[in-house]
Design a protein around this ligand. Sequence first.
Ligand SMILES: Nc1nc2c(ncn2[C@@H]2O[C@H](COP(=O)(O)OP(=O)(O)OP(=O)(O)O)[C@@H](O)[C@H]2O)c(=O)[nH]1
Length: 599
Amino acid sequence: MPKLDHIRNFSIIAHIDHGKSTLSDRLIQYCGGLSDREMQQQVLDSMDLERERGITIKAQSVTLHYQADDGNTYQLNFIDTPGHVDFTYEVSRSLAACEGALLVVDAGQGVEAQTVANCYTALEMNLEVLPVLNKIDLPQADPDRVSEEIEDIIGIEAVGAVQCSAKTGLGIKDVLETIVKKIPPPEGEPEAPTQALIIDSWFDSYQGVVSLVRVKHGSIKAKDKIKVMSTGQTYEVDKVGVFSPKATNTGELKTGEVGFVIAGIKEIKGAPVGDTLTLAKNSADKPLPGFKRIKPQVYAGVFPVSSDDYEDFRDALAKLSLNDSSLFYEPENSGALGFGFRIGFLGMLHMEIIQERLEREYDLDLITTAPTVVYEVVKKNGEVVMVDNPSALPAVNDIDEIREPIVEAHILVPQEYLGNVITLCIEKRGTQVNMSYHGRQVAVVYELPMAEVVMDFFDRLKSTSRGYASLDYSFKRFQTSNMQRVDILINGERVDALAIISHIDFAQGRGRELAEKLKELIPRQMFDIAIQAAIGNHVIARTTVKQLRKNVLAKCYGGDVSRKKKLLQKQKEGKKRMKQVGNVEVPQEAFLAILKVGK
Ligand SMILES: Nc1nc2c(ncn2[C@@H]2O[C@H](COP(=O)(O)OP(=O)(O)OP(=O)(O)O)[C@@H](O)[C@H]2O)c(=O)[nH]1
C-alpha cells in the first residue's frame, strides 16, 4: 500500500473532442492496466450509447501504478469527467476527489469554451491545473500559439506545457512524469475518524449499489460497519477495491485513495452522491462539504404510444433513475396523450440520451413533447408558482407577471465569425455583457433567455461559425418578461401537449409557423383537419390538411398482394409513432415541431 506522498489523484478536463478519452486509454495502456485487445475499445466510456456518440457521460475512475524516473512507484487515481456542456455539474463532482487536473487542449484547435469553463471550475476548487497540448502529430498543430492562447484567455502558465499525441503515444511518459512532479499528494489523517466522500453511486443488478468514494480521512475495510451520514443508516461493507480498470478487491481503502465500496445498499437513495461515509463506531462528527444539488433545466412530457405500456414505462424510469441521480420525473396526465411522465433534463443532450435509453434498453415506444424551461409565475393573489409545462400556466387573468430564466453564455469564436454570432445572439433576445479579443479569438459574453438557448441555439451557433464557435452557459437569474401561451387546436380541440410558451414578440410568428409545420407533419386522413394557433381566444393562424382523395386510396389498396402487404407493414410501423388525438392521428414529429420552426 502506497504512502500518501506516493498517491496522485487527478482528472482530465477538456473541451469535447480534444482527446480526453484517447489520452485516458493511452495512460492506462502505458501503466499496463490493459491488454492490447482490451485497448481496442475505449474503456472509460463504458455505456454503449456513449461509445456510439463518442461522449463521456458518467464519471468513472481508474487506479494505475506508475514507476517514475525517481525510482518510486506511484498510485495514480484517475477520475474521468464528462466534456459536454449539459454535464458540467458532473465535472465538479469528479474534481472534488482530486488534487490536480490535466487540462487537455487540442493543439490544432486551440482553447474552446468548455476548456475555459472546466478550467475555472478546477481553479475554484484549488486544484493544480496542468495544461497538456494534445494532437501534436497533426500537421495543423501549433503548440506555441495554443500555449499563448491558454495564457491569454485562461490566465494560467502554459509556456513549456507538456506536449503529446494521445493517438501515436508520443509524449505520454512526459505527461505521467508531469503528474507525479507537479500534482501535490493528498492530505489527510489516517488515524482520524473515517470520512469518505461519495463521488458517484450506481446500481448493479448483482451487487446492489456500488459507490465510488474518495477517502479523505481514516480508512474503510471489508467487514467494517459503515454509516451513511445524511441518513444515519448503517451497513456492513462487503467489498472495497479499485478499478484497474477492472474492479479489483483490495480489502481496504486508505486515506487519500479513490475506489469503490459495496455494502449491501439496495437503493441508490441509500448512498446519495455528495454524501459522506463514516464508520458506525468512532464516527466523524460532521460530513464533508457535499455538492450543490443540480436542478433540471428543461422539462418535457413523455408518454407511451400505447397506454398498455404505462406500467412498463414507470418501471423503466424507476430503474433508470437508479443509475442517473439527476433524473427527475413525476406523473403527468395529458388530455391529448393520456398518462405519462413529466421528466426534467439537464439539457437537450441529456433528454435525447434518456429517451434513447428508454426506447432501446426497455423496448418502449414513446412520444416526447417539446421541451420547455421553468418559468416563475407571480399570480395576482401574490402566490409564486414554478411552471414547467405550458398547459399548467395559470389563466391570463390570474397572472401578475411571468419571469423567465436567463443564462450567462460564454462564447469563444474566431474573429471572422464574430458578426454572425452577434447577429444570432441578438435574434435570440440576447444582451451583450462583455467582449474581449485574444489573438485570433474573441470571447463574448451574452445574457440570453434560457428558452432560446435550449432550443436550437447550439446548432445554430455551430452552423453560423462553421463549427468553430464554442459555448458554455449557466443559469443566472429570473427576469420579468412578456411571455404568452400559444395554443394549438386540431379540429377545434385544444391539444395541451402542443402548447408552447413564447415571448410576445415571437408569439404570432411562432404560432403561424407552428401551424404551417404541423400541416406538413400531420398526414392526410379521411377528412379535412383544421389546425389553428390561438393566443387566448384569439385565433392567429389557420391551416388545413386536406382529406385523402378517394382514388388515391383505391390505388393504394389495389394491386398485387405483396405490395399490399408491404403497405400494411409500412402503416403498422408508422402507427408506432402515431398518437390518436380526438379522431386525428398525430405523429411524434408533430409534438417536436416547435424545434423546427424559425430555421
Ligand atoms: N490526430 C490525433 N487525433 C487524436 C489525438 N487524440 C485524440 N484524437 C482523436 O480526436 C477525436 C476525439 O477524441 P476523444 O478522445 O474521443 O475526445 P474526448 O475529449 O474524450 O471527447 P469526449 O469523450 O466526448 O469528451 C477522436 O477521433 C480521436 O481519435 C491525437 O493525439 N492526435
